[in-house]
Design a protein around this ligand. Structure first.
Ligand code: ADP
Ligand code: MG
Ligand code: MG
Length: 915
């Protein structure tokens, strides 16, 4: 028979980190800590397999489980010298969920289980502390009522029903803190809780400890499928088949008095990644108090203190703090990663209750990864694998403009829970955040505290601001993980959900008013505050900061260098103008993969010449107009080649349908007719003649150049004259001329002939020559399918995956938005193929194209220049296809470099595994 239960405690655990899938993250972590000699209250883990069986068997626990649980319970009793349900010496338990991947706040925990009207008295006598015993009892009844019996708030505006009773009691007694309750108050609370349960659910509170135990175990398994757990799984791609484990553990008490307490800590700062111990604690409290935000916790050490009137744990309990530091380093050495731990101190003795990989900002992820390489904890490859390419973009995110900040009205300061700067309109609940964002508003979600129900709203907001809770509150954890700007625990804010206002320092901030928050400092400003570029951008692009003045830049630079060492795929950029090219080069681009020449046609007055060319009635007229455009195009290319400084530049000949350049309104048409000195009617007729039913599939791409070879000729001349001029000035040039929308090799041949002829003419007249290539875009399926023929002429391929996706799906990308959103929602497609490359369909055409192309021309250079070239999954796919490079927009270049490195490392690791 399968083993359903794994014991941990004393000196040895039956499980450990290697059984994470079976024991869940929490269970595996507890077992591993036991094996490392760290003090952990004993207990046992019911496996995730039991959860799966529970659902398979129609919500029934499997046979044999009961016996195993009772046997393990006995081991805990023996180790502790206490008995579960013993009226004199009662063992109390905590029942904790724990999935394979950590799901903070998603699944519920029940503490102090085993307390009833009898055992509570035993506990009071045993500890000589009646207050403590009743504090545990009232917590237990409320938690059990909430988690197991399901008594939760009924609507968004409503408070937790148990909290309401507590608040009313505090008001009646004129006190603020839970710790100010008297024993009688606590007893009253318990009766009030029980009456509430009776009234709402018509059941008595279960007094039998074993009944409590099975109720709680069942509830944990059921909570795996509650709405908030499902929402979290969907957001984080966690399969529902994984199931959760249940941990049953002996209770330790942080609420026995001032020599007891509880806390949470990160082995490094989870916002900034700095290598400093970071945490919070509360004296005389139970674990959930720190996370729930009901009392604002205190800093764990002196380094973290901002307020001198409070005492840190380091000062309060130096010996415990020293032990924590030791455990911190044991855990980091074992897990080789930042850990997030929970601990409780019972009468001066430290117990560890949890360790897991700490949720952190992408910023901290990056910082810690680079540091850990320097500390020798991990190697460069591991560091590269840890940083998410999209997350790396967080480092490039804007911060508030210091000049604007001085003018802004600072209204409050909270905790810097999620770095970055955000500004937006205030909304007071998650649903509004979603609906406002859906209509294009930038919003800041303001809540007293957040809960898992708010996740979708948090995702939709620019930033999150809460008045309660610490660095480890729900809002802070989730925001960090989502990469959201977050200020938490801003206690000065008086938030009123009903009137939808914040009162602060005599001001009232209403729904829809602007607010700005700085998640790096915790500051809150009324109104809208402008932002400026990040440090990395100021070093690389604006050059207003020296590299040696920015640690962030130096760390960034190290990581990117490691990425360049690891990757095989080249990274180019899509840039049309010299300034864009310079930005991309600063980010590490190795060339231009796509220069869209038509963008140059719109600049200044040249659009007039372009329009003249289009409406010209014969080649002569066209040549006259082109002669005006040519010197300007040449100037563009000179600038571009100079900016590239010897790196290759792929220049695409004119691509879009001509009507995109034409004037449309009558007034515009009349103006143009005047300028050209022709009759309005004549011009209008010409323009009408150029109308097409499906311009995207009409006269565009190489078809234009075939119909009007003068255009290609003019562009080629501009490129080669510029190339010769720049080369003469001593700068190397590598032009690559790319013909768009080819579907048949003969189309390419016709265009290549024009280009080659112009090249030899220009070289003859300049008395020099320049190396160049002529290649094609592969962007319609027929090109991919006949790539062997095309490669006999093309010297390179570049997959234009925007058009290739459009033509493969037969779906216009300008109209696809609506359809695809629906498709993704309804699981017709897993993702939007215009954002992430469709590997199955479009990818198959690419694979065919690469294979056929290289069969005909073994050294054929192949790249990609669609938007996908900057999307990490797509970049990895391009690596697998054996492309030579990806090309993406300048601000995605670093993303692509990192993704390319990860693809190479994954391939290497995959090979090792296969060996
Ligand atoms: P979560 O997964 O939401 O963090 P946990 O199971 O870790 O839930 O527990 C919730 C709170 O209860 C934590 O603060 C934890 O420290 C505390 N807790 C859990 N087990 C025990 C125990 N055996 N003794 C004392 N406190 C506990
Ligand atoms: Mg926990
Ligand atoms: Mg195209």
């Amino acid at each position: 028979m399968a083993k359903y239960v794994y014991f941990f405690g004393g000196k040895k655990a039956e499980g450990g980190e290697q059984l994470r899938n079976l024991l869940g993250g929490k269970g595996a972590g507890l077992a591993e800590m036991v094996n490392l000699g760290i003090p952990v209250p004993p207990g046992f883990t019911i496996t995730t397999e039991v959860c799966t069986l529970f659902y398979q068997q129609g919500m029934k626990l499997p046979e044999g489980l009961k016996e195993e649980v009772l046997e393990n319970l006995k081991r805990v009793e023996e180790l502790m010298g206490m008995r579960f349900g013993d009226p004199k010496n009662p063992l109390l338990l905590s029942i904790r969920s724990g999935a394979r991947a950590s799901m903070p706040g998603m699944m519920d925990t029940v503490l102090n289980l085993g307390l009833n009207e009898e055992t509570v008295k035993g506990l009071a006598e045993l500890t000589g502390n009646e207050w403590f015993a009743w504090d545990c009892r009232r917590r237990f009844v409320a938690m059990y009522g909430d988690v197991v019996l399901g008594l939760k708030p009924e609507s968004k505006e409503e408070e937790d029903p148990f909290e309401r009773i507590i608040d009313a009691k505090k008001k009646a007694r004129g006190i603020k803190l839970d710790t100010e309750f008297t024993v009688d108050d606590l007893k009253d609370l318990v009766s009030a809780f029980k009456s509430l349960i009776k009234e709402k659910l018509n059941v008595g509170f279960p007094e039998d400890p074993l009944q409590q135990l099975w109720g709680a175990i069942g509830a944990v398994f059921q909570s795996w499928n509650n709405a908030r757990a499902e929402a979290y799984r969907r957001l984080n791609n966690i399969p529902s088949s994984w199931g959760t484990a249940v941990n049953v553990q002996c209770m330790v008490f942080g609420n026995i008095g001032q020599d007891s307490g509880t806390g949470v800590a990160f082995t490094r700062n989870p916002s900034t990644g700095e290598n400093v111990f970071y945490g919070e604690y509360l004296l005389n409290a139970q674990g959930e108090d720190v996370v729930a935000g009901t009392r604002t916790p205190l800093p764990i050490n002196k380094a973290q203190k901002t307020d001198h009137s409070v005492a840190s744990l380091e000062e309060e309990m130096p010996e415990v703090y020293r032990q924590l530091l030791e455990i911190r380093s044991i855990l980091e050495r074992r897990f080789k990663d930042m850990q997030d731990v929970e601990f409780t101190i019972q009468r001066g003795k430290l117990w560890m209750l949890q360790t897991r990989t700490g949720k952190r900002t992408s910023f901290a992820e990056f910082k810690a990864a680079v540091d850990m390489v320097r500390e020798g904890l991990i190697d460069k490859e591991e560091a590269l694998m840890r940083v998410s390419p999209d997350g790396l973009n967080q480092i490039l995110r804007p911060i508030f403009d210091p000049k604007e900040i001085n003018k802004a009205v600072k209204v409050a300061k909270g905790l810097n829970a999620g770095p970055g700067a955000a500004t937006g309109k205030v909304v007071y609940n998650a649903e509004d955040a979603e609906s406002w964002a859906a209509r294009g508003e930038k919003v800041i979600l303001v809540r007293a505290e957040t809960s898992p129900e708010d996740i979708r709203g948090m995702n939709a907001a620019q930033g999150i601001l809460t008045s309660r809770g610490g660095m480890t509150s729900h809002a802070a954890l989730v925001a960090r993980q989502m990469g959201k700007v977050c200020v938490a625990g801003c206690g000065e804010l008086d938030i009123n959900y009903r009137t939808k206002t914040i009162k602060i320092k005599g001001m009232t901030i209403k729904e829809g008013d602007y607010i700005s928050i700085n998640g790096s400092t915790g500051e809150v400003f009324a109104g809208e505050v402008k932002t400026i570029p990040s440090e990395v951008l100021r070093v690389l692009i604006d050059r207003t900061l020296k590299p040696e003045e920015s640690q962030i830049y130096q760390d960034f630079d190290s990581l990117m260098k490691w990425a360049d060492e690891a990757r095989r795929l080249g990274v180019r950029t899509n840039a049309d103008q010299p300034d864009q090219a310079r930005v991309a080069l600063a980010f590490g681009a190795e060339g231009i993969g796509l220069c869209r020449t038509e963008h140059m046609f719109f600049e200044g007055t040249r659009i007039d010449a372009v329009r003249e060319m289009i409406v010209a009635e014969d080649p002569e007229g066209r040549k006259k107009a082109l002669a005006k455009v040519q010197p300007m195009q040449k100037g563009d290319f000179v600038g571009l080649f100079k900016a590239m400084n010897g790196l290759p530049a792929t220049i695409r000949t004119l691509d879009p349908p001509l009507h995109e350049f034409l004037p449309h309104g009558e007034k515009e048409l009349r103006d143009l007719a005047d300028k050209m000195g022709i009759a309005y009617e004549r011009l209008a007729a010409t323009v009408a003649g150029l109308q097409e039913a499906n311009p995207m599939l009409g006269l565009r791409g190489c078809r234009l150049g075939i119909l009007y070879p003068e255009i290609t000729e003019m562009q080629a001349r501009a490129v080669f004259e510029a190339a010769c001029e720049v080369k003469k000035s001593g700068i190397d040039v590598k032009p690559e001329i790319m013909i768009p929308l080819v579907g048949d090799v003969n189309e390419l041949k016709l265009q290549k002939d024009v280009v080659d002829r112009v090249a030899s003419e220009v070289f003859a007249s300049c008395g020099m020559s320049v190396d160049y290539k002529v290649g094609t875009m592969i962007e319609i399926p027929r090109a991919a399918l006949t790539a062997d023929a095309i490669a006999t002429v093309a010297e390179f391929f570049s997959f234009g995956t925007n058009d290739l996706t459009q033509t493969t799906f037969g779906m216009s990308r300008d109209d696809a938005g609506k359809i695809l959103r629906l498709y993704v929602e309804r699981d017709v497609l897993e993702y939007d193929p215009f954002q992430r490359l469709d590997e199955v369909g479009v990818g198959k055409l690419m694979k065919t194209g690469v294979e056929l192309g290289r069969k005909a021309r073994p050294k054929l250079k192949v790249g990609i220049c669609g938007e996908h070239g900057g999307e990490p999954h797509s970049v990895k796919f391009c690596h697998k296809l054996g492309l030579d490079y990806v090309s993406c927009s300048p601000y995605r270049v670093t993303v692509a470099r990192l993704a390319a490195a990860q693809a190479a490392i994954e391939e290497k690791r995959g090979k090792k595994e296969a060996d």
